[in-house]
Write a protein that binds this ligand. Structure first.
Ligand code: PMP
Length: 387
């Protein structure tokens, strides 16, 4: 009998032969600075739970209360009946936290990025995108009918040249991660703001890995650089430092009204459960009341970066809690990851398509829950494994 999916095993075998076939892992304890992988207890350098909130009891309590009051499912998209009091309150408090007129919550950060880019641009427009932008931004540019120009990582001169050639397009959109998810590098935001204003372009930034971590108040890198008011479209996620789920856009009421009417993942996707909104409201409170979490995280990141640079590892221009140990080949990255695993540490090896060929790395991501002893254990192991 004809099997219409008969071509798939061959594709999987190909990935297997290239040692690129992925397996889905199962964590057997709560997320945190240490986790168990089946029976093995590991120090966890492989989560985006930067402020150690994913398993915080206060988030769980808030969620439980919301479930008791409202049940679990939202039952519809937000424009129909899916948006209840908790979801509305989260949007109001998020806008207040970020100092914007309004905010809009999406069911994921991926949807927020892709759905915003697609809504803001169309045929006749041009999107200028950093080559290392997250997949959700890339897919947003693919969804859009606009022309796409990719500029080399953080290369503002190249971008300016592109902008000079883009005057005939109806509208221009510059889009960038603020903190790049694999390299831990930071976008040249002050320069990007200047260029956007000079060349009459919209600027959209993705603060996914910076929200809750950077800035005096934890708003992200726009706050850190003092340019919050000059960035008209800011995306973030609840799924990293805030320890939950979902994505958001903050900006003017006009922007949010437009996205409500035009962003397809917002319009056509079921609203996230009230319990998630309640937990994220609790997380926003904690981010504001416990700045020591991001201070601890930053101090740990500096300690580890300094120690690893002293050992001679290449960390690129990383300046954050995401610390890439750049080793080059896939085999080396995966071997090192396995050796660290044997020593009781979970440090994922990152390979294509997450990074370019030949730029494979170990991605160490830190949490405020890591102790000095956790960091010392990693430093000692990497000293031993140095080549
Ligand atoms: N932007 C960046 C930079 C990311 O790294 C991610 C997720 N890893 C996303 C957006 C998507 O966010 P979410 O996981 O909430 O869909």
């Amino acid at each position: 009998m004809f099997d219409p999916l008969a071509w798939i095993p061959e594709q999987l075998d190909l990935l297997q032969a290239m040692e690129r076939r992925r397996a889905i892992h199962v964590r057997s304890t709560a997320q945190g600075a240490t986790v168990s992988w089946k029976e093995t207890k590991l120090i966890n350098f492989g989560s985006n739970d930067y402020l150690d909130l994913a398993a915080d009891a206060r988030l769980g309590d808030a969620a439980r209360e919301a479930i008791t009051a409202e049940g679990w499912g939202s039952g519809a998209s937000p424009l129909i009946t899916g948006r209840g009091n908790d979801q509305a309150r989260l949007e109001a408090e998020l806008a207040q936290f970020e100092g914007t007129q309004a905010s809009l919550v999406f069911s994921s950060g991926f949807a927020a990025n892709a759905g915003t880019i697609d809504a803001l641009t169309d045929r006749g427009d041009v999107i200028l995108s950093d080559e290392k932008n997250h997949a959700s931004i890339i897919d947003g540019t693919r969804l859009s009918k606009a022309t796409v120009r990719v500029y080399p990582h953080r290369d503002v001169d190249y971008l300016e040249n592109l902008l000079k050639q883009c005057g005939t397009f109806r509208r221009r959109l510059i889009v960038t991660d603020t903190l790049f998810s694999m390299d831990g590098t930071i976008a040249p935001l002050p320069e990007l703001v200047d260029l956007a204003e000079q060349y009459d372009a919209m600027l959209m930034v993705d603060e996914a890995h910076a929200t809750g971590v950077f800035g005096e108040q934890g708003h992200g890198l726009c706050e850190h650089f003092g340019i919050e008011d000059r960035v008209p479209v800011r995306v973030g996620t609840f799924s990293k430092a805030l320890g939950g789920h979902g994505g958001f856009v903050v900006g003017s009421q006009t922007l949010i009204d437009y996205l409500v009417n035009r962003s397809r993942p917002y319009i056509f996707s079921t609203a996230a459960p009230a319990a998630n909104a309640a937990a994220m409201l609790a997380a926003l409170q904690i981010v504001q009341k416990e700045p020591q979490r991001r201070q601890t995280l930053m101090a740990s990141a500096k300690f580890l970066r300094d120690a690893l640079r002293k050992q001679g590892w290449g960390l690129g221009d990383c300046r954050s809690q995401i610390i890439p140990v750049i080793v080059g080949t896939e085999a080396l990255a995966m071997q090192l990851s396995a050796k660290l695993f044997d020593r009781g540490m979970l440090v994922p090896g990152i390979r294509p398509p997450s990074v370019a060929d030949g730029e494979c790395l170990l991605r160490i991501s830190l949490s405020s829950g890591h102790t000095r002893q956790h960091l010392d254990t990693l430093v000692e192991a990497l000293e031993e494994l140095r080549f």
